[in-house]
Design a protein around this ligand. Structure first.
Ligand code: XMP
Length: 537
């Protein structure tokens, strides 16, 4: 069987179980994802589509409302993305924001002036029709976030102007009869103090949608979709110990029960207690059939004497695929005897991956093999990707709904190559032991201090090739430093170092130097990304 293309799989997953959908048309700034999230926070399902998608294709998705995002262009720029005005004739409620608002104004016969000036940042918005569909119940003066050059000076015919700013006479317009709405500002950003309310007014009052997309409904929809896709066949899922694969597996388990087998490759590079968490707690919570392959000796042998980070990643990736393929072949052989067909591979692909791979922009290869769970393309499986529509925080909520252990659901990101890339120097069993102890202490203290939700990730790194002099007890020591690398981030593309309280840092340092043999120094990494990456290797 040929592997199904992601598009075909997503179509299969979508078919017949689609919730009421709001389309967010992306005009090229980074706002579309944020808008999609805000719509979902209003408990309405949303999807992002590129502005180059023909209107007929958008309408074929049967959207219950359409939102036009902001974008960096001026509607007067030569290459500015445009929109076919037939979108406004289709009877689907539309909400334009910023650039989307100006496009709407222009397409419907209003006036957009190329002012040459710019209004940027926090701005006061005066609401002139306080009872309007968008602004009811919000203050007549409110702070909004603006970022635009052009400005609308006359609304299209049939539209009521409902707000203005000092520089923009038409900062919002509404047409209840045609269900068309627009605002010059960005309601999706936090600095627009009533933005979420305005967005919800559009969804509930303007478009008549109900807040019915909940974690329960997501689980129900996906369970039905997975059953429809897999039928009576069998599926396998590689568990990494991370949130995404755990939640994907739990959802599929709920849908097809014992037709699913999970494979967990223990590469010996996990943190303290993590393998046990998968083996015991995850299995207890889900009842999933789990095949654990202890391949730590194989990985350590392959890594012996290797200190180059890229080499390590390649080796770990290669061994991972070998072990997984072996396990998969065994499962297929076992199932074959029972006359069953292992045809499906479950993966925890998330919505940002789907959007970003659709975007098709290449990025520089800073570190190869970012995804050790990534399997070779010639595996002959059809993919089951029950999280394809979800953002990370939604995945965590679904995990909670499915009763997964808190430690798994709230787990911070952890690289596929594990502690292998947190030892600067070559990887040995002894060094892994030291790092595991130090990492466990840091995690314990951060959790005890209630800092887990403030920190995106806190790699703990062993500088195995570095030694420094210390004095411990009565004697001189010549030990290794441990680096703490706590960071805050939204998406790991950029990051800042977390300003942890000194007393927490002090406790971590004292405990590590007291309790971990051969470590006589703890240092704090205070580099943002860029220029530093989050991991040291
Ligand atoms: P960097 O170090 O590039 O990391 O700033 C960004 C995010 O990616 C994680 N990371 C990896 N994840 N395989 C993975 O699955 C890898 O090889 C890998 N390298 C880095 C890192 O933990 C951070 O969250």
């Amino acid at each position: 069987m040929a592997p199904a293309s992601p598009a075909a799989v997503s179509a299969a997953v979508d078919s017949g179980h689609a919730p009421e959908t709001v389309l967010v048309v992306d005009f090229g700034a980074q706002y579309a994802q944020l808008i999609a999230r805000r719509v979902r926070e209003a408990r309405v399902y949303s999807e992002i589509v590129p502005s180059t998608m023909p209107v007929a294709e958008m309408l074929a998705k049967d959207p219950k409302a359409i939102i036009l995002s902001g974008g960096p262009s001026s509607v007067y720029a030569e290459e500015a993305p445009s929109l076919d005005r037939s979108l406004f004739e289709a009877g689907v409620p539309v909400f334009g924001m910023c650039y989307g608002f100006q496009l709407m104004a222009q397409a419907l016969g209003g006036t957009v002036d190329n002012t040459g000036g710019r209004e940027y940042g926090r701005t006061d918005l005066s609401v002139s029709k306080p009872g309007s569909t968008l602004f009811e119940g919000t203050p007549s003066e409110q702070q909004v976030w603006m970022s635009h050059g052009d400005a609308c000076s006359a609304a299209p015919e049939g539209f009521t102007v409902t707000a203005s700013t000092a520089l923009v006479p038409v900062a919002a317009f509404e047409n209840d009869e045609r269900k068309l709405y627009g605002v010059q500002h960005h309601p999706e950003v936090m600095h627009s103090t009533h933005g979420q309310q305005v967005l919800e007014h559009f969804l509930y009052r303007g478009a008549g949608l109900a807040p019915s997309w909940t974690t329960t409904s997501i689980v129900d929809e996906q369970v039905a979709a997975v059953r429809a896709q897999v039928g009576g066949k069998r599926a396998i899922c590689g568990l990494s110990g991370g949130v995404d694969s755990a939640v994907a597996a739990a959802l599929v388990q709920k849908a097809i029960g014992s037709q699913l087998t999970c494979v967990y490759v223990d590469h010996g590079l996990m943190r303290k207690g993590e393998t046990e968490q998968v083996e015991k707690d995850f299995v207890a919570a889900t009842g999933v059939q789990l095949k654990v392959v202890d391949a730590s000796a194989q990985f350590l042998d392959a890594l012996a004497g290797v200190s180059d980070p890229e080499q390590k990643r390649k080796i770990i990736g290669r061994e991972f695929i070998r072990v997984f393929e072996q396990a998969q072949a065994e499962l297929v052989a076992e199932a074959g005897a029972a006359g069953e067909d292992v045809a499906f591979l479950v993966q925890g692909t998330l919505y940002p991956d789907v959007v970003e791979s659709g975007g098709g922009t290449g990025t520089a290869n800073i570190k190869s093999h970012h995804n050790v769970g990534g399997l070779p393309e010639d595996l002959e499986f059809e993919l089951v990707e029950p999280l394809r529509q979800l953002f990370k925080d939604e995945v965590r909520m679904v995990g909670q709904e499915l009763g997964l252990p808190e430690e798994i659901v709230q787990r911070q990101p952890f690289p596929g190559p594990g502690l292998g890339i947190r030892i600067v120097g070559d990887v040995t069993r002894e060094r892994l032991e030291l790092l595991r102890e130090a990492d466990a202490i840091a995690r314990e203290e951060l959790t005890a201090a209630g800092l887990d939700r403030d920190i995106w990730q806190c790699p703990v790194v062993l500088l195995a090739d570095v030694r420094s002099v210390g004095v411990q007890g009565d004697g001189r020591t010549y030990g290794h430093p441990i680096v703490l690398r706590p960071v805050s981030s939204e998406d790991a593309m950029t990051a800042d170092w977390s300003r942890l309280p000194y007393d927490v840092l002090s406790r971590i340092s004292t405990r590590i130097t007291n309790e971990v043999r051969e470590v006589n120094r703890v240092v704090l990494d205070i580099t943002s990304k860029p220029p530093g990456t989050i991991e040291w290797e």
